[in-house]
Design a protein around this ligand. Structure first.
Ligand SMILES: Nc1ncnc2c1ncn2[C@@H]1O[C@H](COP(=O)(O)OP(=O)(O)OP(=O)(O)O)[C@@H](O)[C@H]1O
Ligand SMILES: [Mg+2]
Length: 370
């Protein structure tokens, strides 16, 4: 039987629980050329929501640029041009893009598995200092025909580039003259996104309206989960579905992962009960064990101690004497250093003075295994 849940990827179609109000708002913003900084916790559904909202619009095309893990300016240029290749299969558009970006010596290829057009660029040309200007000018020109929404995902990863301040300033220099083109900047590293969009000395200071992607509306999510279990040949009561959402802190991707584990341990025709949760959790742990073990293998003793302490203490009051006693680290400075490294490695997230786990299953696993 086809699996009724999907996680760890962008979802659409039957796997996407509709979020009509947010979709409507995003479409209105795109239509009016409003730039947005779209934030939300990891795996909350930012990318899926934006892709769904924009690709469902008549007359609007999506230029989706994934900046995850970029390390160099050449990576940035490659990702932009690869996004351009994905806008449409129309030859007239693709040819125009190739000619506009000629300085990067672009080539059009057809992906052998998906059959989709892909634009690649010459590695050396993409490393030249003027390559940024060339790709930004290409996007600007392509957008001049109207109906193009530019989405830059994992935008905060630009901060990892050498010369990031200069690059951001140059990008902003081009974008600010494109009043009719909506630019949506997505990111899940809240502090880094705040640094880019709310620090008065950043080139992107107040350049986009904040848009928060909250957890999926609970009633709608419960209905969706019940119907997906039914599709998968099992039943689940609404209150059990509600407790799954609560257990996974309402994070869409984690809820789906838990649902999938639960579904995999339920026989066809059976009803899922809350008592099955520990078994489902064991399935999640078994699937993620290697990743969890790798994550802790690289930590210093202090980092691991602080991480364990955080897993045990529900509210993250990390600088209280109670916390310091429990982890037996007397220096707030040492705790802060450990926390900073854990945030940098994305194992935990920082929201001002709050520290929470990026992955609730990792937190639960640490409680019993580390
Ligand atoms: N509308 C939705 N309905 C059902 N599940 C969803 C929905 N949106 C997201 N999810 C679940 O969350 C997972 C992550 O979605 P997505 O990649 O869109 O989130 P994200 O916030 O962009 O994540 P990241 O922070 O990793 O970039 C999906 O694989 C899916 O399991
Ligand atoms: Mg995403």
């Amino acid at each position: 039987m086809k699996m009724p849940f999907r996680y760890g990827c962008v979802v659409d179609g039957e796997y996407f629980c509709p979020r009509p109000e947010l979709e409507r708002q995003l479409r209105n913003y795109a239509e009016s050329g409003q730039n947005l900084v779209i934030q939300g916790e990891r795996r909350m559904g930012k990318t899926s929501l934006v892709k769904k909202a924009i690709s469902g619009m008549k007359g609007e095309r999506l230029l989706y640029i994934d900046l995850y893990g970029i390390r160099t300016l050449a990576d940035f240029c490659r990702r932009v041009m690869s996004g351009v290749g994905g806008v449409t299969e129309k030859m007239s558009f693709l040819k125009k893009a190739l000619s506009l970006a000629h300085r990067l010596r672009p080539a059009l290829t057809i992906d052998s598995t998906t059959g989709a057009p892909t634009i690649t660029v010459d590695a050396r040309a993409a490393s030249e200092p003027d390559s940024l200007g060339a790709v930004m000018a290409t996007v600007k020109k392509l957008a001049e025909d109207g109906g193009l929404c530019v989405v830059m995902d994992e935008f905060q990863d630009l901060l990892k580039l050498e010369d990031s301040a200069k690059i951001l300033a140059e990008m902003r220099g081009t974008i600010q003259f494109q009043a009719d083109t909506p630019y949506f900047y997505l990111g899940s590293s809240r502090n880094d996104m705040l640094r880019i969009f709310t620090h008065y000395d950043s080139p992107f200071f107040k350049s986009a309206l904040p848009f928060e992607v909250p957890p999926i509306n609970e009633a709608a999510f419960v209905r969706f989960i019940v119907s997906r279990f039914r599709k998968g040949g099992c039943e689940i009561a609404a209150d059990v579905a509600r407790s799954l959402i609560k257990f996974a802190d309402g994070v869409s991707g984690d809820v789906q992962e838990l649902c999938d584990a639960l579904w995999s341990v339920t026989s066809e025709g059976a009803s899922v009960s809350a008592d099955d949760l520990p078994t489902a959790l064991a399935v999640v742990f078994a699937r993620e064990k290697n990743g969890f073990e790798n994550a802790i293998a690289d930590l210093t003793p202090n980092q691991l101690t602080v991480l364990r302490g955080l897993a045990q203490m529900e509210s993250a009051r990390v600088f209280t004497s109670e916390f310091m006693d429990s982890v037996r680290i007397a220096s707030p400075g040492a705790i802060k250093r450990a926390l900073n490294s854990l945030v940098a490695s994305r194992l935990i997230c920082q929201n001002r003075t709050e520290y929470t786990f990026s992955n609730p299953f990792f937190r639960e696993w640490l409680k019993v295994n580390a």
